[in-house]
Design a protein around this ligand. Structure first.
Ligand code: ZN
Length: 130
């Protein structure tokens, strides 16, 4: 399990080293790593950790799902945009593990997206042999 404390409402956190550590802890050399976030206002994606691109991701999320655009859920909990953004991005990724290493491409990183921070969050990593 990976513990993440975010400090902004929308934040992108590169969790690749933490996931690699969980793979090593499992002792499994070949299989699949499932990386899952058990929250309704966070997401997990694989992409490049480049500062300009991180800003672009935040910008596009704002364009696609603007905050406070008359959503029903805002009437009971002021974070409909966070739920909708999370739903579009997805809450898990699966990565092949070979020789004890995550099989990521040169520019691929595992990114946790906080969409309703700051909060204390969890990411669950399960490694399945096979
Ligand atoms: Zn809500």
């Amino acid at each position: 399990m990976i513990q993440i404390n975010t400090s902004r409402r929308v934040e992108v956190v590169d969790i690749t080293p933490d996931v690699q550590k969980e793979v090593e802890k499992s002792g499994i050399k070949d299989g699949l790593a499932v990386v899952y976030t058990p929250h309704t206002t966070t997401a997990i994606v694989i992409n490049e950790n480049e500062p300009g691109l991180i800003e672009d991701i935040v910008f596009v999320l704002d364009k696609l799902v603007p905050r406070g655009a008359g959503y029903m859920h805002d009437e009971i909990d002021n974070n409909a945009d966070s739920h909708l953004r999370a739903m579009l991005l997805g809450n898990s990724v699966v990565i092949p593990v070979t020789n004890g290493k995550l099989e990521l491409g040169t520019w691929q990183r595992i990114m946790f997206l906080e969409l309703d921070g700051p909060r204390s969050r969890r990411v669950i990593v399960k490694v399945i042999e096979g």
